[in-house]
Write a protein that binds this ligand. Structure first.
Ligand SMILES: [Zn+2]
Length: 177
């Protein structure tokens, strides 16, 4: 009984130290990551299929579909996080696309848009309407091609704090609320 009490007393003394150490470790991890809290590029509550594949270009891009064929045409695309907009066009490939620069080297790409709802250089908040789903750039079916990039390189996407599964199709519900 006496040993047990001593052990409890010792733990009580150590506990604040242990907590402090853990908190510091978590903070420094966040600093290193510095990834914005990206949400799905669709309105709150919508369920989309996020498709990834090993022959996608770039590799870690996601093609989002809700329905099939062209049934997603005109559905709103919204910002994953706040940032500054760069509106671009590529006749074959990305078509009408928007890049949002989030700072810290992070950017998100929204490609094959049917229409663009932002201006070059515009500041947007998370959830702001970027445009609509389309198939510009010579695509055969309507979908949103989406990327998360760090310092220009595509990286495996994280949405709502959850790593996207590579490779395959997963069903995801937007918490971009
Ligand atoms: Zn794609």
């Amino acid at each position: 009984m006496r040993i047990s009490r001593l052990a409890v007393a010792a733990l009580a003394l150590l506990a604040p130290l242990a907590f402090t150490t853990t908190a510091t470790a978590q903070e420094s991890t966040v600093d290193v990551m510095a990834r914005p809290a990206f949400e799905m590029p669709f309105p709150c509550g919508q369920i989309w299929r996020a498709g990834t594949r090993s022959n996608h270009n770039p590799l870690y891009a996601i093609d989002f579909n809700m329905g099939s064929g062209d049934s997603d045409a005109g559905k709103p695309v919204i910002a994953s996080a706040g940032g500054t907009v760069d509106v671009r066009y590529a006749a074959s490939g990305y078509g009408n696309y928007v890049v949002i620069n989030h700072g810290g080297g992070w950017a998100t790409y929204y490609a094959h848009l049917g229409s663009v709802a932002v201006r070059d250089g515009q500041r947007v908040a998370r959830g702001a309407r970027v445009g609509t789903v389309g198939k510009s750039g010579g695509q055969t079916y309507t979908h949103l091609h989406y990327e998360q990039r760090l310092n220009g390189n595509d990286v495996k996407a994280v949405l709502h704090g959850k790593a996207v599964t590579y490779y395959g199709d997963i069903s995801t519900k937007s918490a971009n609320c």
